[in-house]
Design a protein around this ligand. Structure first.
Ligand code: HEM
Length: 131
């Protein structure tokens, strides 16, 4: 039993650490994008986010299984999953496919709004955290 609790603690901690690393990296890369800083082309800057986001998703799947709460079964996880798809899509527009500076910045702001929504959903365990 103790083993089960500490394994949950491990995956929960990994999940939450990756959440804030992902957010910090996203904010930083956006600032570099807006300033047209060459730092955004550094190899680690392009690779680390993928490592963090992979760990974030792996820990999400493990936590889902450990707590027996699943997207499309539990509304708050469905909401988080859909917002995650929006966050990833908007992030791709912001950092890869956006054709103009305006589009990139708008996509970046939209992705940050989606992230804030995911945080509110996660802490309230409610798909309508303000309602
Ligand atoms: C679709 C992918 C995701 C799934 C399936 C998922 C699933 C989960 C699960 C099952 C928990 C544990 C809940 C519990 O102990 O009852 C959790 C906690 C948490 N998740 Fe996620 N997660 C995902 C993505 C994210 C993302 C992208 C964020 C950040 C925006 C995030 C933020 C959090 C936070 C902050 C907690 C801790 C909440 C608390 O302790 O009150 N999750 N997640």
């Amino acid at each position: 039993m103790t083993g089960g609790v500490s394994m949950y603690g491990f995956w929960w901690t990994l999940h939450v650490v990756c959440v804030y690393l992902s957010l910090a990296g996203f904010v930083l890369r956006g600032a570099w994008m807006i300033q047209a800083s060459p730092l955004r082309f550094l190899k680690p800057v392009r690779i680390v986010p993928h490592v963090v986001d992979t760990l974030l998703l792996v820990s999400a799947v493990v936590l889902s299984l450990m707590t027996a709460q699943y997207p499309f079964t539990h509304g708050w996880l469905t909401a988080k999953l859909l917002a995650l798809v929006a966050y990833i899509g908007l992030g791709l527009i912001a950092f890869r496919f956006g054709r103009s500076r305006e589009i990139r910045i708008l996509a970046w702001v939209g992705a940050l709004l989606a992230f804030g929504y995911m945080l509110a959903v996660a802490y309230s365990r409610n798909a309508w955290p303000l309602g």
